[in-house]
Design a protein around this ligand. Structure first.
Ligand code: C2E
Ligand code: MG
Ligand code: MG
Ligand code: MG
Length: 292
């Protein structure tokens, strides 16, 4: 829009605002139509044990599959869906589809105990959620400990008693709670104390800087990650590192006793059929042993 606008600063601004408004309207239309015509999909990304590369679970990541535009990632969709409230309906679609996907994966030898992590926005913590989740689990023959609820500080910062009650109910049901993007917010540490958190996910920005060529940054990041790991373990949490893209990052994190990781090195998020093909490549010896 900058190129099309004149020299006048005000007109730059207007053109940009118009572009943003248009784009937003388009995304809102995609969301509405996507809910009506079933365009939302739950892609899954493996979460592996860093000690041996075995698949421990999967994170469900929302994709809007537009028939003409192809796969749209959640970036803009989630923000707009949170603002207009449609995130509760989208979230329910992702929850039911990803649990069905987990049930399908469970039928593959060696993957019967894997878990499913699902991202939740603040608005999704409605009073009806625990009962809804319990019934989806029954229908799909999945036990509650195999479900991880991923939340960010945004959920905990609300400090809303109703949200707190839903979190406690999910925890009482036997589901686990993960604190996502840890280390990127304002006061992450205190949340470990005040909420029933079981898993800490170290943000991918830390993983990236662990292997940077810039030595001072690398050393500081290592100390930070070791600090987060030590505190998390002392609070009884397991740790997952996000965004692992290289063997070097895997090796560094494994040497630090970080239990789990996910990233493009192991697999990108995939739709179910592609994931099932990909799973055949994971630690075949172990799968053969389990299957026989
Ligand atoms: P997140 O929960 O932190 O998810 C991890 C993001 O990192 C995903 O981006 C994933 O595709 C990406 N990722 C995984 N491995 C790598 C890697 O090795 N390198 C890099 N550069 N990226 C990697 P995605 O799928 O675009 O999702 C972005 C965010 O959107 C998520 O961040 C989450 O906050 C939100 N989101 C995704 N699905 C849902 C959903 O169903 N509901 C809600 N409320 N939010 C969702
Ligand atoms: Mg997440
Ligand atoms: Mg994350
Ligand atoms: Mg993230």
């Amino acid at each position: 829009s900058r190129k099309r606008s004149g020299k006048n600063g005000v007109r730059f601004f207007d053109a940009d605002m118009l572009d943003i408004a248009r784009k937003r309207l388009e995304t809102e239309q995609f969301i509405d139509q996507g809910l009506r015509e079933d365009w939302f999909e739950a892609h899954l990304q493996p979460i592996v044990a860093l000690s041996d590369g075995r698949v421990a679970g999967f994170e469900a990541l929302m994709r809007l599959h537009h028939p003409q535009r192809g796969i749209l990632p959640p970036g803009e969709i989630v923000g707009i869906a949170e603002e207009n409230g449609s995130i509760t309906r989208i979230g329910d679609v992702i929850l039911s589809k990803s649990i069905a996907n987990l049930a399908a994966i469970s039928a593959i030898a060696g993957f019967g105990e894997t878990y499913l992590a699902v991202n939740f926005s603040p608005l999704q913590f409605e009073p009806a959620l625990p009962a809804r989740l319990a019934s989806l689990l029954m229908e799909n023959d999945v036990t509650p400990p195999r479900i991880v609820i991923e939340i960010t500080e945004a959920v905990l910062m609300l400090d809303n008693p109703a949200v707190r009650e839903v979190l406690d109910a999910l925890s009482a049901l036997g589901c686990r709670i993960a604190l996502d993007d840890f280390g990127t917010g304002y006061s992450s540490l205190s949340y470990l104390n005040r909420f029933p958190v079981d898993i800490v996910k170290i943000d991918q920005s830390f993983t990236r800087s662990l292997s940077t060529s810039e030595k001072a940054l690398r050393d500081k990041s290592r100390m930070l990650v070791e600090g987060i790991r030590t505190i998390s373990h002392q609070m009884g949490c397991t740790v997952v590192a996000e965004g692992i893209e290289t063997d070097e990052q895997w090796e560094i994190l494994r040497a630090m006793d970080i239990e789990f990781g996910q990233g493009y090195l192991f697999s990108r998020p995939l739709p179910l059929p592609a994931l099932v093909d990909r799973l055949a490549e994971f630690v075949p010896e172990e799968r053969a042993a389990v299957a026989s």
